[in-house]
Each structure stands twice: as structure tokens, then as C-alpha cells.
Design a protein around this ligand. Structure first.
Ligand SMILES: [Fe+2]
Ligand SMILES: [Fe+2]
Length: 394
């Protein structure tokens, strides 16, 4: 029988660990699985469940809850976010907790209806700053929209000084209960930020400012470990949200016969010789979570592709598209295009990357093997890019 884990006075972790899950959103690899954290808060008068779990883990959630209270005694189910990995078990919970009301924002109420068929009379809509008294414990709701959906909010448990943030501050990692038990947690948190939160940096900054006045002892997100030392993750979030980039170039490339790869490796060496931190990702085998992570703090993106039927290789087009929708803070872009008998790949990539807001520093087009002039151009591009990257402090 799965049991609840007491994490603080009157607060239990009742979530699920999806150790074997290897993909999220059908695109992002999960090398360490993930967890769906759900929390039970027991006041003197009221019992609350904060967020639920991914569909398929309902019985585990029910067992953990049942080790502390009867599910039928739950008064409120707080839905900080409507996405199925946290709200998918809501229909089950509302069935076994017949008196429970679903607590969510006005937008959340609409989502609960379309996703889970929750009728209006089961919903208790809260606004920014509203509170619910549980008897010796007070829940305060903080609207934090577009992190990463319009209905998202945080829940602050005042007496315990715990902030429940759902996806915000999350990390896809199944192991560890507390932050200090996971060595590479910031790496996983940065991957998560790159994949999920980076497109919403403006909203994220608003949320950070909003919670800056709170006395936060513990941050309890809904993926990954709970932060009993929240300072480091808050500082990391500030740096990612504000787009503080490093003297770093992320090189995303595809190579079919090795020609592009050879050129890109020499180009990376030229950048390194100028003191630039370079990370190469061969898109044929790259972990897109790592690509997203490196986009979080890279000042330049280098895209290199061979030509396939006059266009960029589909994987390079995918990378350009990903970079466009993830909205990384990179300031500079460089393109390297190889072709045998004709190409329009550079136009295609430029078009996809137009919304990146990164300045195109240069583009080198090479007819299979680089000529003397191509080699000079590549060197010149590496030099110019390095100069730009070094013009700003680390
Ligand atoms: Fe989500
Ligand atoms: Fe999530």
C-alpha cells in the first residue's frame, strides 16, 4: 500500500513517481522520469488536496490519501493548473470525495469543464489574494497566469510558509523528496525551464516579483523534489527569466555524410580559441531537453545544415522552429549551409528564425567541401561572433 509522506506540520506528499516515463509532450526526453506531486493539507476544520496526478496513478493517490484521512472527508481540491499531468485524476477524486469543491481561477473553471466535465456547482472560483481558512491553516491564492497556461496560479500556505507552485520551479526527475538529495537538480530545473517556462519569461518575472514579498520557507512544485532551501532555485529563476546569457554559443547541426560535422567542429574550435563556451548538439541524436537547457543561457545560436531537396534538413528546420517558439534570450545567430547542387536552406531557416529577435551575424554557404575562401569566411564569422559575445560581461 502506498503511504503519504509527512513533509511538514499537517502537510503530506501524496503524489506519484513515474520512474519509467521517458517522454513528455511527445517530444521531450525524460532521462530521469518525472513525478506528479500532490499535497494533502489537514487543518482543524477542513481538508484540502493540492493538485492531483497523471491519469493512471489515481489508485496510488487514493491509497496515499487514505493513509492519512478518508478521501470522502476532503473539502477542497485545489487545481493550480489544469493540464492532465496534475489535474487528470480530478474526475476520480471528485467521485470519491463527494463533498469536495474544486478550487481554481475563473479560467481554470472553464478548463475543468472542457477537460474533465466538472460541473459549475462543484467549482469554487478564487481570485488573486483570496484565502480559505482551514482551521489554524490558511490558504492564499496567487494568480500567476501563463505559467504556462492562462489558468495557472500558486497556493501559499501561510502558517507553514509553503508555496505550492505546480509547474513553476518544477523539474522532471522521479527521484528524491528534497532538493538537497538530488545532486544535479539545477541542471534538471534548467532543462524544465527551457522546455516549459522560457517562452513566458515576462509572465515569469511578474510572478517572481509577486512572490518576492512572501516569507517562503519551502517551495513545493508538482514535478521533482521539494525545495527546503528555496533561495538557489529562486536566484536561478531570476537569472533565466531575465535572460542573463553567458559567453556561450549553442551549435545545432545536422550532418548526413560527415561534411557538415567536420566544418562545425572546426568552427567550434575557432570559437573556443576565442574563449567562447561552445556546446554542440548533433540533432540526429540530440536530447531536445538538453538543447532547450542550453538555449536558456546561450548568447548565440549557430545553426548548420546540409541541403535536402533544396531545403534545410528537416531536423534543422525543426530546431529552428523549436528555437522560435521557445523564445530563448540569444542575441546572435549564425548560419552554415552545405549544398551539392542548389539550396534555399538559408532563406528557409532565416524565415523560421525571424521571430527569434537574434541578430544574424553571418551566413556561410559551402559547396560540399570548403574552398579557401569558405575557410576564411568561416574563420571571419567565428571571430565576429566571438567579438560580439565578448562585448558583454560574463
Ligand atoms: Fe503544465
Ligand atoms: Fe506539469
Amino acid at each position: 500500500m502506498a503511504r503519504a509522506v509527512l513533509i511538514d506540520d499537517g502537510v503530506w506528499w501524496v503524489g506519484a513517481r513515474d520512474i519509467s516515463r521517458r517522454i513528455f509532450d511527445s517530444i521531450i526526453p525524460l532521462p530521469k522520469g518525472t513525478s506528479y506531486n500532490s499535497y494533502l493539507v489537514v487543518g482543524k476544520e477542513k481538508i484540502v488536496l493540492i493538485d492531483t496526478v497523471n491519469p493512471g496513478f489515481e489508485s496510488e493517490l487514493e491509497e496515499r490519501i487514505s493513509s492519512v484521512v478518508k478521501p470522502s472527508d476532503i473539502d477542497y481540491v485545489v487545481m493550480n493548473h489544469a493540464e492532465p499531468d496534475h489535474a487528470g485524476a480530478i474526475p476520480h477524486i471528485l467521485r470519491i470525495s463527494p463533498k469536495a469543491k474544486l478550487v481554481t481561477t475563473a479560467v481554470g473553471a472553464k478548463m475543468a469543464k472542457i477537460f474533465y466535465g466538472v460541473p459549475n456547482d462543484r467549482v469554487y472560483v478564487v481570485r488573486d489574494g483570496d484565502t480559505i481558512d482551514l482551521g489554524g491553516k490558511t490558504l492564499k491564492f496567487i494568480e500567476a497566469p501563463m505559467l504556462h497556461w492562462p489558468e495557472t496560479m500558486f497556493t501559499y500556505l501561510e502558517e507553514n510558509k509553503i508555496l505550492f507552485t505546480c509547474d513553476f520551479f518544477g523539474a522532471h526527475i522521479a527521484q528524491g523528496l528534497w532538493d538537497d538529495e538530488v545532486e544535479d537538480l539545477i541542471y534538471h530545473a534548467q532543462r524544465y525551464f527551457g522546455e516549459i517556462m522560457m517562452p513566458f519569461r515576462v509572465n515569469a518575472l511578474n510572478a517572481l516579483k509577486k512572490i518576492a514579498g512572501l516569507d517562503i520557507r519551502v517551495i513545493a512544485p508538482s514535478h521533482g523534489p521539494i525545495y527546503r532551501n528555496p533561495r538557489k532555485i529562486i536566484e536561478s529563476y531570476y537569472s533565466w527569466v531575465e535572460g542573463r546569457t553567458k559567453r556561450k554559443a549553442v551549435v545545432l547541426y545536422v550532418s548526413m555524410w560527415g561534411y557538415t560535422e567536420n566544418i562545425v567542429k572546426t568552427f567550434a574550435d575557432d570559437l573556443r580559441a576565442e574563449g567562447i563556451d561552445v556546446v554542440l548538439h548533433n540533432l540526429a541524436v540530440a536530447d531536445l531537453g538538453d538543447v532547450a537547457k542550453d538555449l536558456v543561457d546561450s548568447r548565440a545560436i549557430v545553426l548548420a545544415t546540409p541541403t535536402v531537396v533544396l531545403n534545410a534538413h528537416p531536423l534543422a528546420a525543426l530546431a529552428a522552429y523549436l528555437a522560435k517558439i521557445l523564445k530563448p534570450p540569444a542575441k546572435y545567430l549564425a548560419l552554415i549551409v552545405l549544398y551539392a547542387w542548389g539550396t534555399q536552406a538559408e532563406r528557409q531557416l532565416q524565415e523560421i528564425a525571424r521571430d527569434l529577435k537574434a541578430e544574424l551575424i553571418g551566413m556561410v554557404k559551402i559547396n560540399v567541401t570548403p574552398s579557401k575562401e569558405d575557410i576564411e569566411n568561416l574563420r571571419g564569422l567565428a571571430k565576429e561572433l566571438s567579438k560580439r559575445l565578448k562585448a558583454e560581461p560574463e
